[in-house]
Design a protein around this ligand. Structure first.
Ligand code: UDP
Length: 310
């Protein structure tokens, strides 16, 4: 039975990943310092004897005596309001946390998978973004704590691959949504759904013409699982290429909820990317992967989850 360490395992994506890995017959060690993760995301797994939760900040030395077959590094604040609140922790977990987890993978002879992000493309000047695009990142802006930490994380991951021959993988995750996002995590989809549920106006930032492409969580997890088992060492984009404006996404949520809430416009956050859409040719070709859950279907499931008062 392979043993997998998932850092950030009590977060939105990490907890879905832990569940999937247990279902595939792995032993899972879930590590999280709970600054943005939540115990309630993993409480359904805690009765499983192959699951173990350890509360730890992964920027500290990781002392683990037994064998580990895979290290999956998913720990990091990931929502713009979270990393604005925890900029130093975000920089540390992307840099020191990646270094510590790579060191652990090296010591254990484990395979390694880094959760990277579409944010490494910054405010992209080409759309859609392919893996060979170098990006357009402000190195000192308010988003730089996340963007630059993840760019460093990719660089050190490939340095460990080239120098120490570790079998590393890098997933660049585009906007993902679904059950277990925090109500107040500040991102567009949970914000709009929770504003509509409370009968409050939906807050669209800027003129709402900026675009995003939203991927449902189960599709993302399938792609990550395939990448983990693959032999691809270079970064792979995973996301849903269906692109829409933020205003369209707010209107879609209102119509799916039959909500009478108004839309109000607020100031656009600094360095908010104007467009974002993954080119997933590589994932299609090399992983045989593409998203299966349409936007309406995924948003309906997410609305249901928030309605059930989680
Ligand atoms: N956004 C918005 N209203 C909100 C939350 C977000 O208009 O209440 C916009 C935000 O400015 C961005 C897009 O929605 O253009 C996606 O933002 P999110 O925070 O979900 O993630 P990002 O893709 O920026 O990392």
């Amino acid at each position: 039975m392979p043993t997998v360490l998932v850092t950030g395992g009590a977060g939105f994506i990490g907890s879905h990943l832990c569940g999937r890995l247990l279902g595939e017959g792995n032993r899972v060690i879930c590590m999280d310092n709970l600054i943005t993760g939540k115990i309630s995301n993993i409480s359904h797994l805690e009765g499983n004897r192959d699951f173990k939760f350890i509360k730890q900040d992964v920027t500290e030395y990781i002392d683990w005596k037994e064998d580990i077959d895979y290290v999956l590094h998913f720990a990091s604040p990931a929502s713009p309001i979270d990393y604005a609140k925890f900029p130093i922790q975000t920089l540390k977990v992307g840099s020191m946390g990646t270094h510590k987890t790579l060191g652990l993978a090296k010591a254990k002879g484990a395979k390694y998978l880094l959760a990277s992000t579409s944010e490494i493309y910054g405010d992209p000047l080409v759309n859609p973004q392919k893996e060979d695009y170098w990006g357009n990142v402000n190195p000192i802006g308010v988003r730089s704590c996340y963007d630059e930490a993840k760019r460093f994380a990719e660089a050190i991951t490939l340095a460990y691959h080239r120098t120490h021959k570790i079998d590393t993988k890098i997933v660049r995750i585009f906007n993902t949504y679904g059950p277990r996002m925090r109500k107040n995590d500040g991102r567009a989809i949970p914000n709009f759904i929770n504003q509509a549920l409370k009968g409050e106006p939906l807050t669209v930032f800027g003129d709402g013409r900026q675009t995003r492409s939203f991927c449902y969580i189960t599709d993302l997890i399938e792609g990550i699982y395939r990448l983990m088992l693959s032999s691809i060492n270079e970064p792979v984009n995973l996301g849903n290429p269906q692109e829409l404006s933020i205003l369209e996404s707010a209107k879609l949520i209102l119509s799916l909820m039959g909500s009478q809430s108004q839309i109000i416009y607020k100031e656009l956050p600094v360095d908010d990317p104007k467009v974002r859409r993954p080119d997933i040719t590589k994932a299609r070709k090399e992983l045989g992967w593409e998203p299966k859950v349409g936007l309406e279907e995924g948003i309906k499931k997410t609305i249901e989850w928030f309605q059930n008062g989680t």
